[in-house]
Design a protein around this ligand. Sequence first.
Ligand SMILES: *Cc1c(COP(=O)(O)O)cnc(C)c1O
Length: 366
Amino acid sequence: MINIADPIIGEEEKKAVLEVLESGMLAQGKKVKELESAFADYCGTKYAVALNSGTAAIHAAVFSLGVGPGDEVIVPPFTFVATANPVLMLGAKVVFADVREDDFMLDPSEVEKKITKNTKAIIPVDLYGNVHSVDEIKALANKSNLAVLSDSCQAIGAEFRGRRVGSLSDVSCFSLYATKNIISGEGGMVVTDSEEIAERCRRFRHHGQSEKTKYEYTDLGYNYRMTDLCAAVGVEQMKKIDRLTQKRIENAETFGSELFSVNGLVLPTVGRDVRHVFHQYTLRVTNEFPMSRDELAKFLKENGIDTGIYYPKPLHLYSHFSKLDYKKGDFPVAEKLAGEVLSLPVHPLVTKEDAKKIVKTIYPYV
Ligand SMILES: *Cc1c(COP(=O)(O)O)cnc(C)c1O
């Protein structure tokens, strides 16, 4: 089976974890610091704060912007649930704005309609490893004095006009979950140029404890610390990131050059000036294709090819959001995409032969 995701753990990661185990210092320590500094360097930001998941990173980042009850945060409905949940965890309101059909990104013209005097922040998502409409979202935020928090959990290494994701927004969040482009098992990272945001995130992950005085708590906080065991894996993965990303891009190019002519399949578009890092290679299977999306997924599986559907249902239709008065029909693009998307295995362990096999398996059915 060609899996939809496969972690790549080499001897370097094993050795690094063993060193931490033998050091006797397992929790947050110098490996976490090393990973933070590698991340900040890589993204071109002043600060990086490690947390124990991407969700914790988003929670800390939203908190660091001062979002609380009475505030509204604009989020796309077509994303992973962890983009939006932290807003609810802080007692604020999730306001959805629809995405664009052609590139799955938050639609700036929809965002504009949703801004009110209570809006505090916008969370664009760099879904699948693409980059959101940086200039347009930033212009809207500047006009209304809002913060931009990028959910870049799927987009480490992506670039816009030669600048890396992480450096494009007020604050950005990454995930190092076991299936992401680089991994630590579970893990997350907040990057920013703001000292205040970084400081608030560091306190948030450690019970709200003051950085100066032990057992002095200045905020409500959690235990969201990353362990040195996980960070040790992350540090080694950072060293391999360019090679790993390049392989994803090459696989995407193989799919793109072979599948573009297939009637009924819409291939992912890469925006101008964007380096897309293909966390997922996501097709749209439209009505013109001879099989339904689910039939194609089943057929590929029978032929040894695993696929993924990210995501089968837009967020506004889940009960904890629909109770905020959202209903079917509110976000037609997100709803349409949820029925059409299908992700092919694009990760670095997919060989050129695997990629060709995937293409050949799809071809007889066009
Ligand atoms: C993975 C992911 C998250 C959450 O990260 P975890 O590390 O799994 O908590 C949030 N948003 C998006 C878009 C993701 O892909």
